[in-house]
Design a protein around this ligand. Structure first.
Ligand SMILES: C[S@@+](CC[C@H](N)C(=O)[O-])C[C@H]1O[C@@H](n2cnc3c(N)ncnc32)[C@H](O)[C@@H]1O
Length: 300
């Protein structure tokens, strides 16, 4: 495959913008680039993977069923800490995976994870800012973009570039979270029931996880949408759920100042204080509920 490996070439981050004027996905905070914001997001991605298990495997399996042929070159756009890259390398043992991200911190964590899984030889971290230019990759069999298309400034341009970088009959899989992850029962036994829903509504107003239905942009770029499916992985029971809930709610708490009533903020602070017997860290009634939509689109 043809790739330029920028991972060790230092920062090539360009500007630290937030053109959408909001935190995305797990809530990026570009003002703390790279070790404040991205380290926090990286930790959440890893906690999510620990709580949910290898849920990306299921989506990779689905993609394998739709791929015209076993891909030799796979591109993971906005690869993060590598959940997708690892699932793809496992599912397609003859493929090389280019894991593209603009964050050296993410790529460092991804490399460690790839090595831990014995896949370091086939997963190639590639530091590139997709907002600046498309990495030098051609004739890809599969391009994967999980919770990343809504983070780039010009998704239409990225989709057009992805279209050109795919081999004929190649597949692009776009994945987005349908909602932010949910952890709490409706009534936490404190304050007014429905706290988590109100938090999510406030974050949605601030533009968190805002993304379109990608079908139309995909078709505009020349793709044929082959399938669309939703995935709702089951959480693994255990303390990983509590750790993920604590980290996620801590992160969103900062964004909720001024967005949530004082009473709700007090309830949230109470839940986040591990010294309280009914704090997140000490509860047995937490779940991890997530849902994702995946679009699979073919270059005709
Ligand atoms: C919410 S994370 C998703 C990570 C991973 N795909 C997953 O699903 O676990 C989005 C990732 O996209 C990366 N990203 C955002 N904008 C980017 C850009 N312009 N160029 C390259 N990567 C970008 C971020 O650094 C982050 O790692």
């Amino acid at each position: 495959m043809t790739t330029q490996h920028h991972h060790d070439s230092g920062h090539r981050q360009g500007h630290t913008h937030d053109r959408h004027g909001h935190g995305h996905g797990h809530g990026n905070d570009h003002s703390h680039e790279d070790h404040g914001g991205k380290a926090g997001v990286a930790e959440l991605l890893e906690l999510e993977a620990a709580a949910l298990g290898p849920y990306s495997d299921e989506i990779a399996d689905w993609a394998a069923g739709l791929a015209a042929a076993a891909p030799r070159t796979i591109v993971d756009l906005g690869a993060g800490t590598g959940a997708g890259s690892i699932a793809l390398a496992r599912r397609f043992p003859s493929a090389e995976v280019a894991a593209v991200d603009n964050s050296p911190h993410m790529l460092g964590r991804l490399s460690e994870a790839a090595d831990r899984h014995g896949l370091g030889g086939r997963i190639h971290p590639l530091q590139a800012d997709l907002d600046e230019d498309w990495p030098d990759i051609r004739e890809a069999g599969l391009i994967w973009a999980a919770s990343s298309l809504h983070e780039v400034a010009e998704p239409d341009r990225i989709l057009a570039d992805a279209f050109s970088a795919l081999a004929s009959n190649g597949l692009l899989v776009a994945i987005e979270m349908d909602t932010l992850p949910r952890f709490l029962p409706r009534d936490v036994g404190l304050g007014e029931p429905g706290l988590e829903l109100r938090c999510h509504e406030a974050l949605a107003r601030a533009g968190w996880n805002a993304h379109p239905d990608w079908r139309e942009p995909l078709e505009r770029a020349g793709f044929r949408v082959a399938a669309q499916r939703s995935f709702t992985p089951e959480a693994r029971p255990g303390e990983a759920a509590g750790r993920y809930a604590h980290a996620f709610l801590t992160r969103i708490r900062r964004a909720l100042d001024g967005e949530l009533s004082a009473a709700d903020r007090r309830t949230l602070d109470h839940l986040l204080d591990a010294g309280n017997p009914d704090a997140l860290a000490n509860r047995g009634d937490l779940a991890v509920r997530v849902s994702r939509t995946a679009w699979a689109a073919r270059r005709p």
